[in-house]
Design a binder for this molecule. Structure first.
Ligand code: FES
Length: 163
């Protein structure tokens, strides 16, 4: 199969039953996406597919040929963080950090959904942020669990991104 991930094309030979999360982690060493529950309950594996957030543990990789896949590794780099990554850092929107990649990918995708259109790129997704209340952000982020309970800081990070 051929997958486009973070703007790069990858040709892979894997069992067609392999999940997208396992391809990312085990075949491409993109281990930023975490495996928390492996059955769609924690959100640690959240990535963007065509600008929409999905749980990569719930979908087969073979279903995503031709899609534009973005993982946390494609969002920013240490020298040039994405604004959402900067905001999580600024607000201490994490504790142990295990859920953080999924939280950030979900936050970026969520703001695109809040604008109710498909983003042309992940940076542009941030424009919808000021329309959301804290309660709406919490509701829209409810698919991403944080066992350390850093939720207030996560909401602050999302609400004030790019401020
Ligand atoms: Fe995919 Fe938990 S690992 S939702």
């Amino acid at each position: 199969m051929q997958l486009t991930i973070n703007g790069m094309s990858h040709t892979l030979e894997v069992d067609p039953r392999t999940t997208l999360l396992d391809v990312l982690r085990d075949h491409l060493a993109l281990t930023g996406s975490k495996k928390g529950c492996d059955h769609g309950q924690c959100g640690a594996c959240t990535i963007l597919v065509n600008g929409r957030r999905i749980n990569s543990c719930l979908t087969l990789a073979v279903m995503h040929e031709g899609d534009e896949i973005v993982t946390i590794e494609g969002l920013g780099v240490p020298e040039n963080l994405h604004p959402m990554q900067e905001s999580f850092l600024h607000h201490d929107g994490y504790q142990c950090g295990y859920c953080t990649p999924g939280q950030i990918m979900s936050a970026v995708g969520m703001l695109g959904e809040a604008r109710d259109n498909w983003p042309s790129n992940v940076t542009a997704d941030l424009e919808g942020r000021t329309d959301l209340t804290d309660a709406e952000i919490s509701e829209r982020m409810s698919g991403n669990l944080c066992r350390c309970s850093a939720y207030p800081n996560i909401v602050d990070a999302i609400r004030t991104v790019k401020d």
